[in-house]
Design a binder for this molecule. Structure first.
Ligand code: PGA
Length: 220
């Protein structure tokens, strides 16, 4: 199957590994996931830590995303990874995750700069919003609605409410793809992906376990 990253086969399923996984673990994850990834008709994107992007990029069955992007280009910005560097390995980039906002004090102005950087390097931003009033920068095409209280808590938002937020986001913008994230599991994934205005899911904790994540892909 030819994987064209610009045409998303619904639903879109994104794994956000956050600051988890070492090289060896990532390779055995891949080993276990291989069959599912190669046979699924759904679009699956993995967002590993920066350190694992280059080795995972060797696997043709994977679509990759970064978890962050520098607001600056190539240059003297110690510790930052810029758009050109990400583009060597990945197609997508998560921007505005609530953990970035909370622990790294990322604000609307900085996030707007990051989205602009992603666009400049032809990366597709997946912009995370915490509610219907979160500012969404110009140029964003994929939004992930992730209520803070639902992240990593085992308490997911109700599919009906998530759908309402997705509908609102779409009504207020040109955005056509809205994902839900926050305690998504194999058990509840279908309740979200069957909602009319939810186009996929962003999965954190449950994406680390290959058997759970395979099941999520299957059930979505
Ligand atoms: P969770 O995280 O699935 O572990 O709740 C989702 C996210 O933060 O993207």
């Amino acid at each position: 199957m030819v994987r064209n990253s610009f045409y998303h086969m619904a639903p879109l399923i994104i794994a956000n590994w956050k600051s988890h996984m070492l090289e060896k673990q990532a390779q055995s994850w891949l080993e276990e996931m291989k069959n599912t990834l190669e046979t699924t008709q759904k679009t699956v994107i993995v967002c590993p830590p920066f350190t694992l992007l280059s080795s995972l990029a060797l696997d043709a069955s994977l679509l990759l995303g970064a978890q962050d992007i520098s607001p600056y280009g190539m240059g003297s910005y110690t510790g930052e990874v810029n758009g050109a560097q990400i583009k060597e390995f990945a197609t997508y980039v998560l921007i505005g995750h609530s953990e970035r906002r909370q622990y790294f004090k990322e604000d609307d102005a900085l996030l707007t700069q990051k989205v602009a950087m992603a666009k400049e390097h032809d990366l597709i931003p997946v912009f995370c919003v915490q509610g219907r009033d979160t500012m969404i920068p110009e140029g964003v095409e994929i939004v992930a609605y992730e209520p803070i209280w639902a992240i990593g808590t085992g308490k997911a938002e109700s599919p009906e409410e998530a759908n309402e937020v997705a509908l609102d986001v779409k009504a207020k913008s040109d955005i056509k793809t809205v994902l839900y994230g926050g305690s998504v599991t194999a058990k509840n994934v279908a309740s979200f992906t069957t909602m009319h205005d939810i186009n996929g899911v962003l999965v954190g904790g449950a994406s680390l376990d290959p058997s759970e994540f395979s099941q999520i892909i299957q059930n979505a």
